[in-house]
Design a protein around this ligand. Structure first.
Ligand code: 5GP
Length: 117
């Protein structure tokens, strides 16, 4: 794991790296993905860093629930709460996780494909 990747989202949350912020509250922070994979692609992170969703779920399930509530809030703000959206937590190597500060991808705004099709 490289150190820059470890701290990237902490630096975005701290305002040290600019981001297109969609939603912010006491415990979570949401901003647009720099390399969007759908018309709407927003990342939701807890302000407190955990490596992945498994660690977050084990250590602080209430905070995980807050992350999910923020995903719903993002969907509402982006106008995709009714048309549908996908929440993805890439978790470690085989899933291609590259930033080791747990983040939910909120994807939507179009018909989404699935693996291999
Ligand atoms: P992962 O592959 O870890 O699940 O997702 C990391 C995501 O962070 C990727 O979708 C990538 O495009 C996004 N990302 C990487 N660096 C930056 C950045 O500096 N700013 C923003 N807004 N997104 C980033």
């Amino acid at each position: 794991m490289d150190d820059a990747a470890e701290t990237l989202f902490e630096r975005i949350v701290a305002g040290e790296i600019p981001a297109d912020v969609v939603h912010s509250d006491e415990t979570t922070f949401a901003f647009r993905d720099v390399n969007p994979q759908a018309r709407v692609h927003v990342l939701v992170v807890p302000r407190k860093r955990y490596r992945n969703v498994g660690e977050l779920a084990a250590a602080d399930p209430d905070l995980l629930a807050q992350v999910l509530r923020s995903c719903r809030k993002v969907a509402e703000l982006e106008g995709i709460a009714d048309s549908g959206y996908r929440i993805v937590f890439n978790t470690d190597a085989d899933a291609g996780q590259t930033v080791f500060h747990v983040h939910a991808h909120v994807l939507g705004g179009e018909q989404l494909g699935w693996f291999g099709g």
